[in-house]
Design a protein around this ligand. Structure first.
Ligand code: SF4
Length: 228
């Protein structure tokens, strides 16, 4: 895609949804961090179902420590990998209380030192809580970046680097949301819904499905972003 096409790509997604938000529910930065840790290889809908009751009870790292690992597990056992996630959430809460005065640090490198927090999680927190121009490449962004030609790469990090280089202002803070939502609801993994895609004329994908009910000629783009 040319620079002008990339600008137009985001201009249209922005026009459709001027104030994109994460679909994870949270009341403060600590709850956002916990929700993102819980969302690894799980859906936002599933995480929200579990955290609604949890977040009524727990708003700070100290309250999570007081709830304890077993108490946390009771809230999140519908979420995949909940044993490991509970261990990580308690451990990271202890570190936040011990080393950061109970606050979530606004530094990606520091965030990635916390248990259960990988680069993608740190990028989401930096973007959603602190308004940083970060690009958290999940399965949807990886697919959309590669299919469209916007950000081609074999790994999530390669796609992230491409996005860092190519996404123009004023779209850099919102880009990660627009791409996730576009992948989740339009450029779907099995069958991209190109027939109602706002950027169809800008997209380089060779196997567009241009009629409702049509089938892709190939299976979805290879996806190697399934890690946190
Ligand atoms: S045209 Fe199809 S493949 Fe391209 S971004 Fe839109 S939905 Fe995805």
């Amino acid at each position: 895609m040319t620079k002008a096409e990339i600008f137009e790509f985001f201009r249209r997604l922005c026009e459709l949804n001027p104030e994109p938000q994460t679909e994870l529910e949270f009341g403060n930065t600590y709850q956002l961090l916990v929700a993102v840790v819980l969302s690894a290889q799980a859906t936002d809908v599933g995480v929200n179902k579990a955290t609604r009751a949890l977040f009524r009870e727990v708003k700070t790292p100290q309250q999570m420590i007081d709830l304890g690992e077993d108490g946390l597990k009771r809230h999140i056992r519908t979420i995949g990998l909940y044993n490991a996630k509970a261990r990580n959430v308690i451990a990271l809460s202890e570190i936040l209380v011990r080393d950061f005065g109970g606050e979530v640090p606004s530094d990606r490198d520091v965030l990635t030192t916390l248990p259960g927090v990988g680069r993608k999680t740190a990028n989401v927190v930096m973007n959603c809580a602190f308004g940083a121009e970060t690009f958290a490449v999940d399965t949807h962004i990886f697919r959309v970046g590669n299919r469209t030609g916007l950000a081609v790469g074999k790994t999530p990090l390669a796609v992230e680097k491409q996005l860092e280089r190519k996404v123009p202002q004023p779209f850099r803070v919102g880009a990660h949301h627009w791409l996730i939502l576009h992948g989740r609801y339009v450029c779907k993994a099995r069958t991209p819904e190109c027939w109602h895609c706002a950027v169809v004329d800008l997209c380089a994908y060779k196997h567009k499905v241009l009629e409702r009910g049509g089938k892709p000629r190939v299976s979805g783009t290879r996806d190697s972003s399934r890690k946190n």
